[in-house]
Design a protein around this ligand. Structure first.
Ligand SMILES: Nc1ncnc2c1ncn2[C@@H]1O[C@H](COP(=O)(O)OP(=O)(O)O)[C@@H](O)[C@H]1O
Ligand code: SF4
Ligand SMILES: [Mg+2]
Length: 325
């Protein structure tokens, strides 16, 4: 499979009056054509910063280093004009609060026409025809085109947002916590739709961002786990879920409710402690304050990503590796 997105040593910080928040700090990964690539980790670890840094960054978010090669161009070097051009047509994001992402003062068809016009479409009836086709694909009535977002239920609004985001067949679709506010049944519908978009060739690849590993198990081919702005582990989904290597991944998986056990009977373990501040992170492993295996050199020496299996890497001194700074 060829590589669609190649992120190399990406650093994206927030500039604040008290210093830089190192939200994405030396992150590298590849998204292949035809795959669903997952990004996991607790709230605040940098997932949204990572995906939103790829297109139309706004201050205080600041690119501090590294590249994101997408279809031969470095996304970090594009002009705002170039970024606007590729948004929706080549790279599209369904944002974290997608339910509220649609302009409430406009009908769905007007929202879509605004986007299409900005991308040089001239025939409104063609665009509306496509919109109605796509609404049907996601099992929404054609009438939704003439409705305002507030007239739609949460699940319908979610599907409408997915239609708007994919109308121009972007190569890469980024879904940032799109299922978080939904009930389990609607979550499943959304996952099925994402699969369907890929099957139909509407999108080539998906980056699926979530704090919920159980969802990645269902949808992702491969995923990476972030902790405090860093990648701690990355590999094929089955291998990561069944034989995680990093203590943090292991704890995340152990904290999942077990299949077949009734919810009330499970004791959700949770992970004790809190992530470190990203304003002044330690030089070494950022997980050391919560790690049951922490060794003397862990806070001082940064563990680099090393291979522990085919296409499976982990950053932890339990597996060797030296500083990568
Ligand atoms: N505008 C901002 N200014 C300063 N810090 C921010 C800003 N937005 C996010 N952050 C910080 O960046 C870190 C990563 O946040 P985020 O990317 O939203 O994480 P996630 O999506 O994994 O929950 C957090 O520590 C958060 O507090
Ligand atoms: S490097 Fe050390 S502190 Fe970090 S996860 Fe591994 S053992 Fe734990
Ligand atoms: Mg987020």
């Amino acid at each position: 499979m060829s590589t669609l997105l190649d992120v190399r040593n990406l650093k994206v910080y927030y500039k604040t009056p008290v210093g830089y928040v190192k939200a994405v700090d030396n992150v590298s990964f590849k998204v292949k054509e035809g795959e669903v690539f997952g990004v996991a980790g607790e709230s605040g670890c940098g997932k949204s910063t990572l995906v939103h840094s790829l297109i139309l960054r706004k201050p205080p978010m600041t690119h501090m280093g590294g590249q994101a090669i997408f279809k031969g161009r470095d996304l970090m070097q594009l002009s705002k004009e170039e970024e606007r051009k590729i948004k929706y047509t080549e790279l599209s994001i369904i944002p974290q609060y997608a339910m509220n992402a649609l302009n409430p003062t406009k009908k769905i068809k007007d929202i879509v026409w605004d986007i299409a016009r900005e991308h040089g479409y001239e025939d409104r009836s063609e665009v509306e025809k496509l919109l109605r086709e796509r609404l049907a694909m996601v099992k929404l009535s054609e009438k939704v085109a003439d409705m305002y977002p507030v007239e739609l239920s949460g699940g319908m609004r979610q599907r409408a947002t997915m239609v708007v985001s994919t109308l121009m067949n972007p190569d890469l679709l980024i879904a940032d916590e799109v299922t978080s506010a939904l009930d389990v049944t609607t979550q499943r519908v959304v996952l099925e739709l994402l699969h369907y978009f890929m099957e139909q060739g509407i999108v080539k690849s998906i980056i699926f961002v979530t704090h919920d590993l159980a969802l990645l198990d269902k949808i992702a081919d491969r995923f990476m786990v972030m902790y405090a702005g860093k990648v701690v582990e990355m590999g094929p989904t089955e291998e990561l879920i069944n034989s995680p290597s990093h203590p943090y991944t292991t704890m995340l998986i152990e904290s999942l409710p077990k299949i077949g056990v009734r919810y009330r009977e499970t004791k959700l373990k949770g992970i004790p402690g809190y992530p470190i501040s990203l304003l002044n992170p330690p030089k070494g492993c950022r997980f050391y304050t919560r790690c049951p295996y922490a060794m003397e050199h862990c806070p001082r020496v940064e563990p680099s990503l090393i291979e522990v299996g085919e296409d499976h890497v982990v950053a932890c001194h339990l597996y060797g590796g030296e500083s990568n700074e």
